[in-house]
Write a protein that binds this ligand. Sequence first.
Ligand SMILES: Nc1nc2c(c(=O)[nH]1)N[C@H]1C(S)=C(S)[C@@H](COP(=O)(O)OP(=O)(O)OC[C@H]3O[C@@H](n4cnc5c(=O)[nH]c(N)nc54)[C@H](O)[C@@H]3O)O[C@H]1N2
Ligand SMILES: Nc1nc2c(c(=O)[nH]1)N[C@H]1C(S)=C(S)[C@@H](COP(=O)(O)OP(=O)(O)OC[C@H]3O[C@@H](n4cnc5c(=O)[nH]c(N)nc54)[C@H](O)[C@@H]3O)O[C@H]1N2
Ligand code: SF4
Ligand SMILES: [Mo]
Length: 731
Amino acid sequence: MTAYKKVNTICPYCGTGCVIECTVDTEHNRIIEAKGSPDGVNNEGRLCLKGLYGWDYLNDPQILTRRIQQPMIRKGGKTSPLQEVSWDEAIRYTADRLNAIIKEFGPDSIMGAGSARGPGNEAGYITQKFMRACVGTNNVDHCARICHGASVTGLLGVIGEGAMSLSVPEIEDAEVIFNIGYNAAVSHPLVARRIVRAKKKGCKIICVDPRKTETARIADIFLAIKGGTNMLLLNAMANVIISEGLTDTDFIRQHTKDFQVYADEIAAYTPESVAAETHLQPADIRKAARLFASSKHTVTLWGMGITQFSQGVECVAACANLSLLTGNFGHYATGVGPVRGQNNVQGTCDMGLLPNTYPGYQEVTDARVRNKFEKAWHVSLSPNPGLPLTQVPEKVLREPDPKKRIHAYYIVGEDPAQSDPNLPEIRETLSKIDFVVVQDIFRNKTCEYADVVLPATAWGEHEGVYTSCDRRFQRVHKLLEPQRGCKKDWEIQCLVAAAMGYPMHYDNTEQIWNEMIALAPKFAGATYEKMEMNKGIQWPCYSTDPADKGTPYLHKGGTFATADGKGHFQFFPYTPVQEKEDPQYPLSFCTVREVGHYSVRTMTGNCRLLRTLADEPGYIAMNPADCESLHLKRGELVRVISRRGSTITRCLPTERVSSGATYMTYQWWIGACNELTNDKLDPKSHTPEYKYCACRVEKIENQHSAEQFIQDQYKNIRTRMGIREGGRTHE
Ligand SMILES: Nc1nc2c(c(=O)[nH]1)N[C@H]1C(S)=C(S)[C@@H](COP(=O)(O)OP(=O)(O)OC[C@H]3O[C@@H](n4cnc5c(=O)[nH]c(N)nc54)[C@H](O)[C@@H]3O)O[C@H]1N2
Ligand SMILES: Nc1nc2c(c(=O)[nH]1)N[C@H]1C(S)=C(S)[C@@H](COP(=O)(O)OP(=O)(O)OC[C@H]3O[C@@H](n4cnc5c(=O)[nH]c(N)nc54)[C@H](O)[C@@H]3O)O[C@H]1N2
Ligand code: SF4
Ligand SMILES: [Mo]
């Protein structure tokens, strides 16, 4: 008789934090079903496609790439093949190379990237402790940099806390939802459900997006904004709210600072003055501003359509200003929702995988805090903030002083060779760094530049805690025995640290967690026990007292997390995007997501059901009129070219997209849109402008040979990833 067990755990994909009930066949070490658990506060028993069918990759079906099951080293230098070695040899080799680089160039010549995906918070804590205490640098970062980094920086300035101020379930009790640059139906389907439920309860929806998304379709006001002009609209809405006397004057007086300076500057941004550039009607901007100000339950939700711009941080501040103006902070069902993308990107920030903060958002420059960590970790720590990961290319390719260059990059669970902008430059960077370590569950594109590859256990193969987008710490549980040869992420980095001369030892994740919460006052009360008892705990949670069950919404009563407790209005003028359309590159180019696949696709691309939804080389969405003028037909292969590179994909004519604009998704390896994207950064958060550059689309006359090229490329990738033709694909 086959033995089954049922285990509740957290979905490994988006930041909604859905609780999944998995049925596991323990005899064959396989998950056989996943269902939504009613214990999930944010999902209430439901799941999207990825939650339901996104676990197939665990058993290594070898569709796109394969699980790594043994450490590998390039013994003969950069150009030699990766060879399987023992764990002992791989750890020793990694430790010796890192120590040699520290000796020659100092600890700041090493960069570390942590993972916002499977490993969890305990492993994240170990990654930053490894970089700070063992290597001796604050050069540690993760994908929040290229994602919601702008939200964190922007909100810190205005209200002192970078996270969602409300909880996901509160969204359905909003009276007005201001949805800007956020496509919940694709990115967070179980957040989208709350938006739909809000609508059914009578909520009015404003959607701002250059594309007609699903939210746009149900919106009361849809502002089809010209890409890259968010600041003009946000300032014009503030202008209407102030000039028409729609502000909450009591709230502004009691809870904010610098209103008058802000109001004086905003006076210039009339709706009429921004109409031409935003492609919006002044009357529609006025309608949106009035609706925004009409309620004390206005919830602002934003995503990458705000943050992935060179003016991301300032647009985040502009969003927060609107809530300050209208008293939309500090009570139930109101506030700001930068809805964090990855299942544990909130957690990876919480754990201090950032160049400027220790766990719990404590600054590395604060001597008192640093002292506390030095005592706990028995080392002296660097007082200098580290390097943001988007500056690695600069520090490898263009730094004249060898002592100041990056010489080693230790990458845990990220795939910069697929997900970073301007891939031609990333490839050059990764080829030129002396030593690259990749610690992952799959062979990914970055492995091709790795000197060492270390195989980690995946979600479902280890214990831990993830933080959902709304600050909820939730336990994830082991479902299966790990694939042979893999070790836990935290265990691997403890072994490397010990081999480098800084012993770290833990028996389990709870020991790591308890060390972390003892050092981070914001999380001090969030014990494993309390998480189990309360369906998770939302931080801040200061006390271990069972009565402290954490904090569903922030800034209660209008007391903000800034030093003086006030919200600080900040005015910023509009700065245009860094690269605009021109005669050579006449179309705008934006990159977004699609529902069935996830980020670099190592996981969803290896799930049998999900991969049938969409496959290489993806598509470019264009307005039908533009397709017609270029003589392009639906499904035909086209070449897309920017100043940085080119790629090949299929043409998708759609009325959802305005004429002159194009969109690709970033999940494809052959149709890789990051060959084209611009690596220009927001100067404050160092987030790249993935959402806007210029391109041209070219017809390919010989479709037959282009189709053959795609087939050959696919075969080639799979071979490079170590899959034998006719391998396990069709099992
Ligand atoms: N053009 C364009 N590019 C983009 C974006 C865009 O909008 N447009 N968005 C950006 C954003 S917001 C983000 S967050 C990034 C995401 O980009 P990445 O972080 O690079 O992508 P992920 O697919 O999340 O996963 C990274 C790696 O983690 C590995 N992994 C999964 N679980 C585990 C584990 O338990 N342990 C270990 N060690 N590894 C694991 C996966 O196999 C994969 O190789 O992409 C960015 N890139
Ligand atoms: N299925 C799936 N789900 C995912 C992911 C995935 O890869 N696949 N990735 C996860 C991650 S890492 C993240 S960060 C989240 C991201 O979730 P979202 O932020 O929803 O993701 P995007 O699709 O990148 O961008 C959101 C919207 O911004 C719009 N936009 C583009 N330019 C502008 C502009 O100038 N102004 C305005 N107002 N809008 C603009 C786009 O048209 C798009 O509809 O999703 C997460 N969920
Ligand atoms: S909404 Fe997000 S967390 Fe929920 S099942 Fe889908 S991918 Fe998983
Ligand atoms: Mo993200």
